[in-house]
Ligand binder design. Structure first.
Ligand code: PNS
Length: 160
């Protein structure tokens, strides 16, 4: 049986940190579904269509990475897809509380679901979509933090 995991997030936009988590996960799962959604408490820079399209461009040729979107509860999406592994990246201790809350909430909502945390390589530890957006909004160089297509998309958004 194929081992499949869901990697949910807002990916606004996808960064090298996310990509590192995806690459690491492919060491122990057969396929990853990158599931993009709108965060209820965050305004996004890119529309969900743009975020999905950017990730699809990056994984265009990959048979092991699928890109999808969902609305509503993650557990409902996972039930529909018949997947019960959630992947999340864990960077600093500051991520822990939020991630722990989400894990417990998802576990209460569906006890069959397990969340697996992966630590990105230390060179990606400080990268977040928010930091990348801040640098890009100030017209800084983000090319070492995001794939080329994303860097280009940020340049277009911020007109530089
Ligand atoms: O990249 P993010 O913004 O930290 O990802 C958070 C995300 C999208 C994984 C989380 O907000 C989520 O699962 N949203 C879907 C709604 C849901 O199921 N909420 C209950 C679990 S907290």
């Amino acid at each position: 049986m194929e081992r499949i995991a869901v990697y949910p997030g807002s990916f606004d936009p996808i960064t090298m940190g996310h990509i590192d988590v995806i690459e690491r996960s492919l060491g122990f799962v057969d396929r990853v579904v990158v599931a993009v959604t709108n965060h209820s408490r965050k305004n996004s820079l890119f529309t969900i269509e743009e975020r999905v399209a950017l990730i699809r461009t990056i994984y265009d040729k990959s048979k092991r990475v699928e890109v999808d979107r969902f609305n509503g509860l993650l557990v409902n999406y996972m039930k529909k897809k018949r997947i019960n592994i959630i992947l999340r990246g864990l960077r600093a201790v500051s991520d822990f509380e939020y991630e722990f809350q989400m894990l417990l909430a998802n576990r209460k909502l569906d006890s069959r679901i397990e969340t697996v945390f992966l630590m990105p390589g230390e060179e990606f530890f400080f990268i977040s979509s928010s930091i990348v957006k801040e640098i890009a909004s100030l017209k800084g160089d983000v090319s070492m933090f995001v794939p080329e297509v994303v860097a280009e998309a940020l340049k277009k958004k911020f007109k530089y």
